[in-house]
Design a protein around this ligand. Structure first.
Ligand SMILES: [Zn+2]
Length: 304
């Protein structure tokens, strides 16, 4: 295995963006090759990668630090991630406590190279803290796509119009998905529109489509907490009292406790709702728009 990492450095000359790959010292991490000499954009999560890739349209090399299927709440950066962050032309992050691992590794990185894509979104709060799971409302995704297009235009001004056109195209996709999700949810009888999830990740989806959040197996908006026996008993009682038809487990969270709650209450257990990350290739949920639709179909099917 070759044991150096690459760092990309952009040099603008006569209106052209030239990307020069520089060898940086370092052994023991995975080699990071500049893909076709394109500027490197890192995202903290697979969700932001999925929003940024359609905007980049292949002009930039966009990759996520946290891979698909991995829980960002519990993620710890490795030495190779630190090198990638230092070498990247731009870092796009969610903020709001979801990708706190980045705070520990950005010392010395120019803050102008780090963009918080959730800036300007009307946040819901829980216990005084902002809920970071904004991407479950396509209107928030549209705002983030606009923010990302502006960041790309600043990074690579000659291609501004292409980033703007790509953003418009993906925004149109998100608007179509929003209408389709609404249709799916409106087909659920109103009395059945009650949601119990693994952790409280779907607040923005619930708010957008007028569902009722009954409770989460894991208390709070992170995945780190453990529910107490008392909390679980209270949730099960609520599920029975409200006649909740399904408990939704997430693809990046251990479904063991959710399965027990479903079994105890007689609710249907639905696995692999996509909360904090995307699906594998072929799941239909490997894009952000696909993820929203797959989730809506699973919810609509289970609550009919
Ligand atoms: Zn989460």
């Amino acid at each position: 295995m070759r044991c150096w990492t690459w760092a990309g450095s952009a040099i603008r000359s006569a209106g052209l963006l030239l990307v020069v790959a520089l060898l940086a010292a370092g052994c023991g991490g995975e080699p990071i090759a500049p893909a076709g000499g394109r500027p490197q954009v890192l995202t903290t999560t697979a969700i932001i990668e999925a929003l940024a890739k359609p905007v980049a349209g292949g002009l930039l090399d966009v990759r996520s630090i946290v891979g698909p299927g991995v829980d960002p709440h519990e993620f710890e950066a490795k030495a190779a991630d630190v090198r990638r962050v230092r070498a990247a032309s731009l870092v796009l992050r969610n903020g709001l406590g979801l990708d706190a691992f980045l705070d520990r590794i950005v010392a010395g990185v120019d803050p102008q190279r780090i963009i918080v894509v959730t800036d300007g979104i009307a946040l819901r709060t829980l216990g005084g803290a902002p809920d970071p799971h904004v991407w479950h409302d396509p209107m928030n995704d549209i705002l983030m796509v606009g923010r990302i297009a502006r960041a790309f235009a600043e990074l690579d001004p000659p291609n501004t119009q292409r980033y703007e056109a790509n953003a418009r195209e993906y925004i149109a996709t998100l608007e179509r998905v929003d209408a389709e999700v609404r249709q799916l949810i409106e087909a659920i009888p109103p009395a059945n529109r009650k949601i119990v999830t693994d952790h409280d990740a779907f607040g923005y989806f619930i708010r957008r489509y007028d569902l009722q959040f009954v409770g989460a197996v894991i208390p709070g908006t992170t995945t780190g907490a453990e529910p107490s026996a008392k909390e679980l008993a209270a949730l099960e009682q609520l599920i029975r009292a409200e006649g909740v038809r399904a408990v939704f487990a997430e693809n990046s969270v251990d479904p063991k406790v959710a399965a027990r709650v479903a079994k105890d209450t007689g609710a249907t257990m639905v696995s692999d709702l996509y909360g904090d990350t995307l699906g594998a290739p072929g799941s239909g949920a490997e894009t952000l728009d696909g993820m929203l639709l797959v989730n809506a179909r699973k919810i609509a099917d289970a609550l009919k």
